[in-house]
Design a protein. Structure first.
Length: 411
């Protein structure tokens, strides 16, 4: 308990410093380096943030799929016989990695990597395939594969069923980018009968559903929530601008806006569909990584986590987010190394969880918790921490009343 009689000022200082320190300990930015070459990009992260996958150039300048861990650093996953490979998805436990690689005949093939073995997944009768997404347990893989006519079609692969052609929306091509946690819902893009790109959501029972656009010419779905109910991606509006969208069956396609510029697109979404990440233009027409929530709208990660960025480094694009919304990966400019494109792992700290007013989580709702809420009163945003007692994105009367109502609990 921070408070003792006649020590109010000491209490305020100590509690504020404690909250600041706690926030600092729970947030970090890690630049992941390369495989000896000039650049790297991260596309997937495990549920607990301990495994990141993507691709990086080796010393010979060749792109190679990687699997990164804090303990082991960046591991080259090899190829299917060619000289290049790329990784785009990872299972929840980080054990299964999917992507694509050139084989010895310089044909591109989807792969599923596990326990050091890279398995080629085949095609739909054509010469190539690429994998982009994987279910939480690593059993279902999705992507695009060429058919006998040389046209890419979205596929869904399982060990028992092989490579399943998901068809199109009436046109000649389609491509899958992500799959729900249980492997039942697949999202991507497909040509309609008029040859237009359209974001789709596929299920075994309903087939391929056209998700529409934002009034413009095309749309593409890049991410899906754990239960398949929320889809995110990119769509053109009536003005011909590319905009990040969030789609639900009840609300349709929602334009998530920009950071002050003309364009944006969404790449990933949390398991519950509440947090979206991607890239957007700011007022200076510079591309910057963003995070979106209903409460906070679209925020520039470079502004929110400015304290973690040193030497003029910039987070350019966010490509994926962990199921709980805590970990974000992508790439940016690392001024310390001079690399224009380097993969990063951003730990934003635990997401807000509504509680009984015990802000410092010491088991007792007391003066320290009351002062913490009062000190932060009026603050807004999606990164407020436990002072936002009810997790509505603002520290206000409701949070203060919750502390007062439970004052003395657990003490």
């Amino acid at each position: 308990m921070c408070y003792t009689q006649n020590r109010f000022n000491a209490l305020l200082s100590a509690c504020v410093l404690s909250l600041i320190a706690t926030a600092g300990w729970s947030q970090s930015l890690t630049w992941l380096g390369t495989l000896g070459g000039s650049e790297s990009r991260a596309y997937g992260v495990s549920a607990d943030g301990t495994v990141v996958v993507g691709w990086a150039r080796n010393a010979a300048g060749r792109p190679r799929a990687f699997r990164w861990t804090a303990a082991g650093g960046m591991q080259d996953l090899g190829t299917l016989g060619g000289s290049e490979s790329w990784a785009y998805g990872v299972s929840a436990d980080g054990a299964v990695v999917v992507g694509w690689s050139y084989n010895a005949d310089w044909q591109w093939r989807a792969f599923r990597w596990q326990n050091g073995v890279m398995q080629a997944l085949g095609t739909l009768g054509g010469a190539g395939s690429r994998a982009n997404g994987v279910s939480a347990d690593g059993a279902v893989v999705v992507g695009g594969a060429l058919n006998a006519l040389g046209r890419p079609h979205a596929f869904r692969w399982t060990a028992s069923g092989g490579t399943q052609n998901l068809g199109t929306l009436g046109g000649s091509e389609s491509y899958a980018f992500d799959v729900s946690a249980d492997g039942a819902v697949v999202v991507g893009w497909a040509f309609n009968a008029a040859g237009r790109d359209r974001a789709f959501r596929w299920t075994a029972s309903g087939g391929m559903q056209n998700l529409g656009t934002l009034g413009g010419g095309g749309s593409w779905a890049y991410g899906v929530s754990a239960d398949g109910a929320v889809v995110v991606g990119e769509a053109y509006n009536a003005a011909g601008q590319s905009r990040a969208f969030r789609w639900t069956a009840s609300g349709g396609m929602q334009d998530l806006g920009t950071l002050g510029g003309g364009g944006s697109w969404a790449n990933g979404v949390s398991a519950d569909g509440a947090v979206v990440v991607g890239v957007a233009e700011n007022a200076a027409w510079q591309w910057r990584a963003f995070r979106w929530t209903a409460a906070g709208g679209m925020e520039n990660l470079n502004t929110t986590y400015a304290s973690l960025l040193t030497n003029g480094s910039v987070l350019l694009l966010a490509s994926a987010i962990s199921p709980d919304g805590r970990y974000i990966v992508g790439w940016g400019y690392n001024a310390a190394t001079g690399r224009s494109w380097e993969a990063f792992l951003l730990d934003t700290g635990p997401r807000c969880t509504a509680h009984n007013g015990d802000v410092d989580a010491n088991g007792c709702v007391d003066d320290a918790d009351l002062l913490a809420v009062l000190f932060a009163f009026g603050s807004t945003g999606s990164n407020l921490g436990r002072v936002d007692v009810n997790c509505d994105g603002v520290v206000d009367d409701a949070d203060l009343l919750q502390v007062l109502f439970n004052f003395g609990s657990g003490c």
